[in-house]
Design a protein around this ligand. Structure first.
Ligand code: PLP
Length: 425
């Protein structure tokens, strides 16, 4: 199945088209979503998310920690809990989302390159499963807070010196990084020694995350080799290899599946004697990106003859900042006439006061696209809602989950009142 110029593999698994080219997700036609919940709207295919979680759990001989920064709604925590995943929280807010979703704190991993004393205290009070120590300052803070009555399990985040091929803003394993302890200059060894000596924490393992949106599995293998050496040198048990598997966003792109990636990591680690309960991964993007689409309404079509046609929708960089941040590519199509020829290049823009507020630079759409039509951008389930903003005081869109032909609103659309809830006068 393809919708417009968009191939089916970029769509949620329960997406379907009727004979007239109308898109349904989970057997619900898009117009119904728009009428009931307004647009813009994030539509997640819950069955898709759950099946990916099951795929990686089946393929990966170890523990799977969902990186909630990709999309951290409480409803996701509930799903992670039900599917037996752990939860990567990089702030007190992400930790709170896990607990509200019913995840036991023991299955939460606390991350962050600058955890505040308050965040560390909240994690200690909750009894999180692992704290990933990221700096010498943090070690100081943690030891001050640790009262000896409880011994938190920690991992040490290592920057192994790997420059994975991805955008520099999401590359994190290289020497020049704000994250973790540098292996080459001896910081990693010093941090490990310090933590072993304190007696106030239990050094359970090592962690590395080499970046995000990485397609070549070779980089993960390289990292495993380096981390395995360190693990055995230091005599620690657990290894977490982070997340980072790339996903296809545009026509023609392809990426390894999560199951394939999971078994690759598990096998590479097993060949170095690391496995079972000692091995962890932290995928985010690859579990949710393709599970969702964003549904917009087109408000204005502006043709500048010989130059470009702009198609303006009712959202933009506030619900998907990735194109502005990284120049990321997306596809778009008209979900109520997906079989009409999508053959005319146009630029899909948002409604914000920035010329850079571009969602899809060269979308292929029908030449006669009109104001009032619905437009869909696929693969928007990761780092869209979670990185969104209220720029220009736009209310954040709602989020719905679809499963077995029924839809539930998991995050309601913000109201005008919500926009002023913090203002004191
Ligand atoms: C420590 C850590 N783990 C996991 C992830 C998830 O990465 P991805 O969404 O690329 O799988 C990130 C992303 O920034 C991260 O910083």
């Amino acid at each position: 199945m393809s919708a417009g110029a968009v191939p089916g593999y970029l769509l949620p698994r329960t997406a379907s088209l009727d004979a007239r080219g109308t898109l349904s997700i989970g057997a619900i036609p898009v117009r119904q979503f728009a009428e009931r919940f307004e647009t813009p709207l994030f539509i997640y295919d819950e069955a898709h998310v759950r099946s990916l979680m099951r795929e990686i759990r089946a393929a990966f001989a170890g523990n799977v920690v969902y990186a909630s920064k990709a999309f951290g709604a409480v409803a996701m925590a509930r799903i992670a809990e039900e599917e037996g995943l752990w939860w990567d929280a990089a702030s007190e807010g992400e930790l709170a989302a896990a607990l509200r979703g019913g995840l036991p704190a023991s299955r939460v991993v606390l991350h962050g390159n600058n955890k505040s004393p308050r965040e560390l205290a909240a994690a200690l009070d909750a009894g999180v499963g692992r704290i990933v120590v990221d700096s010498f300052d943090e070690i100081g803070r943690l030891l001050t807070l640790s009262d000896g009555a409880r011994t938190p399990k920690v991992w040490v985040r290592i920057t192994p010196g790997i420059e994975a091929h991805t955008h520099e803003y999401i590359r994190t394993g290289q020497q020049d990084s704000k994250f973790g302890f540098n292996l080459a200059n001896g910081d990693a060894g010093r941090a490990i020694k310090l933590l072993k000596e304190t007696g106030k924490v239990e050094l359970a393992g090592l962690h590395c995350h080499i970046g995000s949106q990485i397609f070549e599995t070779g980089f993960f293998k390289e990292a495993i080799e380096i981390m395995a050496d360190l693990l055995f040198e230091e005599g620690v048990g657990e290894l977490c290899m982070g997340g980072g598997l790339g996903v296809a966003y545009v026509n023609g792109e392809s990426a390894p599946g999560v199951g394939e990636w999971g078994s690759f990591i598990a096998e590479a680690a097993a060949s170095r004697g690391i496995g079972g309960g000692n091995l962890f991964v932290e995928p985010g993007r690859s579990l949710v990106a393709a599970a969702a689409v964003t549904l917009y309404t087109i408000g204005a079509v502006k043709e500048i003859p010989g130059i470009r046609t702009y198609v303006a929708v009712d959202g933009g960089m506030s619900d998907n900042p990735r194109p502005v941040l990284y120049g990321s590519g997306y596809e778009a199509f008209l979900p109520e006439r997906a079989f009409d020829p999508h053959d005319t290049a146009m630029t899909v823009v948002g409604k914000h006061c920035e010329s850079g507020d571009i969602l899809v630079r060269d979308a292929l759409l029908p030449a006669d696209v009109r104001s009032g039509e619905l437009l869909v951008t696929p693969v928007t389930g990761a780092y869209g809602y979670s990185m969104g903003s209220n720029y220009n005081r736009l209310p954040r869109p709602g989020v719905v989950f679809v499963k077995d032909g029924s839809v539930r609103e998991v995050v309601r659309r913000e109201s005008l009142e919500d926009l002023f809830r913090l203002e004191m006068g």
